[in-house]
Design a protein around this ligand. Structure first.
Ligand code: NAD
Length: 285
């Protein structure tokens, strides 16, 4: 079998066009969706992510502001800045780029963002709302995966899903969203006894581990849907996912590539969440 490639890039382009249309119509009513991105310190990868987010905002006609704070910023100073943004009417989404310097408590920072502007979907209130199936900002990468599955015409209800990885930003929430859509979900992680035993049962496998080419053909059931969240560099320095793409493509029914897979969906869903926030804020006022 040669797997069908689910192009995150193509789906993201389509979704971005839809978002741009909606931004245009909001603007006609005097509302410009605005995103504030806070970057603390000088992490090279974070700087690239932040630039990409700014670029996406610009392309979709949204307002964006980048707040760059030095590495030595105190926790209090960062919390003050977030408080200011919580009260800024031009700002509908606040994102603090992680990781932040070690001397600042990440949990405190996440909890200081107004749940109504938490476009990353990391605030416990949004996580709770997601778990209970209420209106919430969904975390962008898991949300992007759900949209990819939907756009590829893959139904989730009743499927056996295995999520490898249990981080708060990817593994746990993607399993929850799949459960909300009536999948039977198993989580695997670094302490799982027999990983292959589980992954070989999966109709849908989500790999969110962070180890290059970790998932090989012998982890996969014939015809399975394989979603590769990983962003890694192989020995040659080339960008690659958690899934050994060439060999797994021979067994899987569907597969997402890296790059141009889950990655482009993540920023797209951030833009979607910012638009949603602007829309909901207009409805409240
Ligand atoms: P993380 O390091 O927080 O979590 C990794 C998870 O993998 C852990 O839960 C751990 O238990 C599990 N794990 C580690 N070794 C394992 C093993 N031997 N067997 C089974 N499970 C094992 O990482 P994360 O933040 O969830 O990110 C995972 C990957 O996804 C990374 O490569 C990251 O760069 C990438 N990522 C991509 C996007 C995107 O937009 N495409 C977004 C976020 C993260």
């Amino acid at each position: 079998m040669t797997a069908v490639i689910i192009s995150g890039k193509e789906i993201a382009d389509k979704k971005r066009q839809e978002i741009a249309e909606e931004v245009k119509s909001l603007k006609e009513n005097g509302i410009v969706p605005g995103l504030a991105v806070v970057l603390v310190g000088d992490n090279h990868a974070s700087r690239t992510y932040v630039k990409n987010k700014e670029k996406a905002c610009k392309e979709l006609g949204m307002y964006s502001v980048l707040i760059e704070l030095p590495e030595e910023t105190s926790e209090g100073e960062l919390l003050d800045k977030i408080h200011e943004l919580n009260n800024d009417k031009q700002i509908h989404g606040i994102l603090v780029q992680l990781p932040i310097p070690k001397h600042i408590d990440e949990t405190k920072v996440i909890e200081s963002i107004s749940p109504d502007k938490d476009v990353d979907g990391f605030h416990p209130i949004n996580i709770g709302r997601m778990m209970t199936g209420q209106n919430a900002f969904l975390p962008c990468t898991p949300f992007g995966i759900m949209v990819m599955l939907e756009e590829a015409g893959i139904s989730v209800a009743g499927k056996d899903v295995v999520v490898v990885g249990r981080s708060n930003i990817v593994g746990k929430p993607v399993g929850q969203l799949l459960l909300n859509q009536h999948a039977t979900v198993t989580y695997c992680h670094s302490k799982t006894k027999d990983l292959k035993f589980h992954t070989r049962q999966a109709d849908i496998l989500v790999a969110a581990v962070g180890i290059a080419n970790f998932i090989t053909a012998d982890h996969i059931k014939e015809g399975a849907v394989v979603i590769d969240v990983g962003i890694n560099r192989n020995e040659a320095g080339k960008l690659c996912g958690d899934v050994a793409f060439d060999e797994v493509s021979e067994v899987a029914g569907y597969i997402t590539p890296v790059p141009k897979g889950v990655g482009p969906m993540t920023i797209t869903m951030l833009m979607y969440n910012t638009l949603k926030s602007a829309r909901e804020s207009a409805e409240r006022s």
